[in-house]
Design a protein around this ligand. Structure first.
Ligand SMILES: *Cc1c(COP(=O)(O)O)cnc(C)c1O
Length: 371
């Protein structure tokens, strides 16, 4: 398997004979929302224990035909990624740190006992799809093409003695406006009560659908309490802050030239965000000390009351940076700062978007040109 996996995978190209007409595409691109509209093509590749990765192709977007007994439907063996392509001023279409997503996809595959897709094939699949569907990359400032690579277990049968011996890898793409409607307005958050997202030794660090499946009940609880998103706490003590829904969290302490940022350390039950990692570097570049550490609910509440915690924001590829304005929990409610997006949040957001959209220099070589 390792020998096969190291062989370069070549992709057959089968363009659509029936792409969406340009006028209709332009209509769809006016307000694409998030994850509602899909481009003309997708990339797929199959893996079997016998043949390794094979039958890789770019082909028209369309439904899969799968046997109802496929393992993914029953045991949820699935992993995914999220990455964006940006149309920069002057024309080039780029993506952001695709090698980081490729490496994380390998890590998720290992945890879920799935085959590893060679990192260069992961990046190549994205390049092929984005280049083919380049007209779907929005030109509107701040809009982008959201790319969703994923892998599912396709073995037909209900036995669970060992993981599936066959898999399907696919990449689809969807033009995206703002993830949260209305852009970077502060969200309100609910501290999960009675439910956890991940536990030591579990799958929290893997990007797998099951983490989301198990999390919707917490998200519903948040909505029932009038909040936008759920905050996940550690499984053992329900005290340490881990993540916000599908995003990582940052806390800003102090203000002005003494501001510093802190994000929960990677304990094994958090998802290691590419945005999180980029912001740790970017904050330091901007002269804002950036650390990873443990932040408790008590620190959060008391830090806000004392004025020490001045801003909190969530980050991820889909929503970029989203300020958190208010917290609700069974232990009380509080607001962060004056409830409006703070200066550190806005500065980091502008810098990250500035690099992605080509308005700011890219000192770390994060931007990856596609076409
Ligand atoms: C994908 C994801 C993130 C953010 O990761 P990015 O690489 O920054 O997009 C954070 N938390 C969870 C649970 C995720 O699934």
């Amino acid at each position: 398997m390792t020998e096969r996996a190291s062989q370069a995978i070549s992709f057959a190209i089968h363009p659509s004979r029936d792409p969406v007409p340009a006028a209709r595409r332009a209509e769809l691109l006016v307000e694409p929302g998030f994850g509602q509209v899909f481009t003309d093509h997708m990339v797929t590749a199959a893996w079997t224990a016998e043949h390794g990765w094979h039958d890789a192709q770019l082909r028209p977007y369309g439904p899969f035909s799968l046997d109802p007994a496929c393992q993914v439907f029953h045991y949820g063996q699935e992993i995914f990624e999220g990455i964006k392509a940006y149309r920069q001023a002057g024309g080039p279409i780029v993506t952001f740190r695709p090698a980081a997503n490729a490496a994380r996809f390998v890590g998720s595959a290992r945890r879920m006992a799935m085959p590893e897709l060679p990192e260069d094939a992961f990046v190549r699949a994205i390049e092929l799809l984005v280049a083919q569907d380049r007209d779907w990359v929005p030109a509107e400032p701040g809009h982008s093409l959201y790319i969703r690579p994923f892998m599912i277990a396709t073995y037909v049968g209900l036995g669970v003695r060992r993981p599936s011996p066959s898999y399907l890898f696919a990449v689809i793409a969807s033009p995206a406006g703002s993830y949260f409607h209305g852009g970077p307005h502060p969200v309100s958050v609910w501290l999960a009560d009675g439910y956890i997202r991940a536990a030591p030794g579990g799958t929290g660090a893997a990007k797998t659908g099951g983490n989301y499946a198990g999390g919707f009940v917490g998200q519903m609880q948040a909505i029932e309490h009038g909040c936008d998103q759920v905050v996940w706490l550690d499984s053992a003590r329900r005290q340490w802050v881990e993540e916000l829904g599908g995003m990582n969290l940052f806390f800003v302490y102090g203000s002005g030239s003494s501001a510093r940022v802190m994000t929960p350390a990677l304990t094994g039950s958090l998802l290691e965000g590419v945005t999180r990692d980029s912001l740790l570097t970017l904050a330091a570049d901007l002269g804002i000390p950036a650390d990873e550490g443990a932040i408790s609910v008590t620190d959060w509440r008391e830090g806000c009351a004392a004025g020490e915690i001045t801003e909190v924001f969530a980050c991820g590829t889909a929503a970029v940076i989203t300020p958190v304005g208010a917290v609700k929990s069974t232990g009380g409610d509080w607001t962060i700062g004056d409830g409006a997006p703070g200066p550190v949040t806005r500065r980091l957001r502008e810098h990250l978007l500035g690099i992605q959209f080509g308005q700011f220099p890219d000192p770390h070589g994060w931007v990856h040109k596609i076409c």
